[in-house]
Write a protein that binds this ligand. Structure first.
Ligand code: SF4
Ligand code: SF4
Ligand code: FES
Length: 364
């Protein structure tokens, strides 16, 4: 079959960028990486990209196809070529480009190392002196995070990193969760303190692009949610993000709705709220916030309160509570739609390949 690609080339010496089109004759089973190899072998030996394993393990071949990160060795070209589409291939986002499709991974590894990605001593030695036996329930907490191959596809698409390059980012935080959730680690609270500082977990905007683009089902946004839940459980709630999340729970429990008018003072404090009074009045004038009195209470608020009591009695807090709901959510997802196009990353759908349909990020 004929496969055509447009590739954004970058020459580091002259600083020129150019979109070049290539077309090769390729077998039907080819991946994007195979097509790049064919182009490099037959047409243009100067094309630069990274690869190693060719089997979705080493994490080297992350790049963008039509503006969304993919692993080149995981992306089959048959459907794309059959549709007559000519995808645009470019280097990953949020990392400096070295040449063509090769990015400088130094900032990525710097954040990775900042997570202290190793087990810290301090845990209790097993009584028989032999080995740690960890229950399946505890392994479930870090199962997805353990699948990370450090490819950087999540970092490429992270909205928060685009506006704040210092943000720790989805890969580093997923790595952090892998150790926070490990019962053998002796530094859980200190890790959580670190990740709650500036540029940490609460700077995530919850856009879910990291989860959408991760080729291994790691679900980094979920890892960040688990870190947030565990932080609140451990009483680490100094950040506005944590206060914000706590107020959502209080609102749902007391009125069944979000008590928006009180959200700002509860999150940012009274002084900051007074400073924003003019803005608040303007929102109220345009009907964007409900008046504080009478309170906005849901019709069946008793049900919301009863639900809160049931969940509180079950002590579903922290990462363990978060993981308890995962299987139920995965079942709902499957029931809603069997089509892989609509499958989202989860432990039960860890190998959904982007590319059965075009991987372009659409406006909707
Ligand atoms: S959900 Fe958070 S970490 Fe993930 S891409 Fe969006 S902003 Fe980044
Ligand atoms: S979380 Fe997923 S996308 Fe991000 S580096 Fe790990 S494997 Fe790659
Ligand atoms: S070449 Fe190793 S993950 Fe693609």
């Amino acid at each position: 079959m004929q496969v055509a690609l447009k590739i954004w080339r970058y020459d580091p010496e002259g600083g020129d960028r150019a979109l070049r089109e290539y077309e090769v004759d390729a077998p039907e089973w080819v991946t994007l990486l195979d097509v790049l190899d064919l182009i490099k072998d037959r047409q243009d030996g100067t094309l630069a990209y990274r690869k190693s394993c060719r089997m979705m393990i080493c994490g080297s071949c992350g790049m963008r196809m039509d503006g969304a990160a993919v692993l080149a060795c995981k992306t089959r070209m048959y459907d794309i070529a059959e549709a007559g589409h000519v995808p645009v291939i470019s280097a990953m986002g949020n990392l400096p480009i070295v040449k063509d499709l090769v990015v400088d991974m130094a900032p990525f590894w710097q954040k990775f190392r900042a997570m202290k990605p190793w087990l810290e001593p301090g845990y209790v030695e097993p009584p028989d002196g032999k080995e740690h036996r960890i229950s399946q329930e505890r392994m479930n907490v870090i199962h997805k995070e353990s699948l990370c191959i450090n490819c950087g596809c999540c970092v490429s698409e992270c909205n928060s990193m685009e506006s704040d390059p210092e943000f720790l980012g989805p890969q580093a935080l997923a790595k952090g969760m892998r150790f926070v959730g490990d019962p053998r680690d002796g530094r859980k609270v200190e890790r959580l303190e670190d990740y709650n500082s500036e540029h940490g977990i609460w700077d995530c905007t919850r856009c879910y692009f990291c989860t959408e683009r991760c080729p291994k089902g790691v679900d980094p946004r979920d890892a960040i949610a688990k870190l947030g839940a565990e932080s609140v459980k451990e009483g680490i709630t100094r950040d506005m993000g944590a206060k914000h999340a706590k107020w959502f729970v209080t609102s749902a429990k007391t009125t069944g709705w979000l008590r928006e008018t009180e959200l700002v003072p509860k999150t940012q404090g009274v002084v900051s709220s007074i400073k924003q009074m003019k803005f608040a009045m303007s929102l109220a004038k345009h009907g964007k916030v409900p008046p504080p009195v009478p309170p906005h209470v849901a019709d069946k608020v008793d049900e919301a309160r009863a639900l809160h009591e049931i969940v509180s009695a079950q002590d579903r807090r922290g990462f363990l509570g978060h993981v308890q709901g995962e299987r139920a959510i995965a079942r709902i997802e499957r029931a809603v739609e069997e089509d892989p196009e609509h499958a989202t990353a989860s432990r039960d759908a860890a190998d959904v390949t982007p590319g059965r349909r075009l991987t372009r990020r659409t406006a909707d």
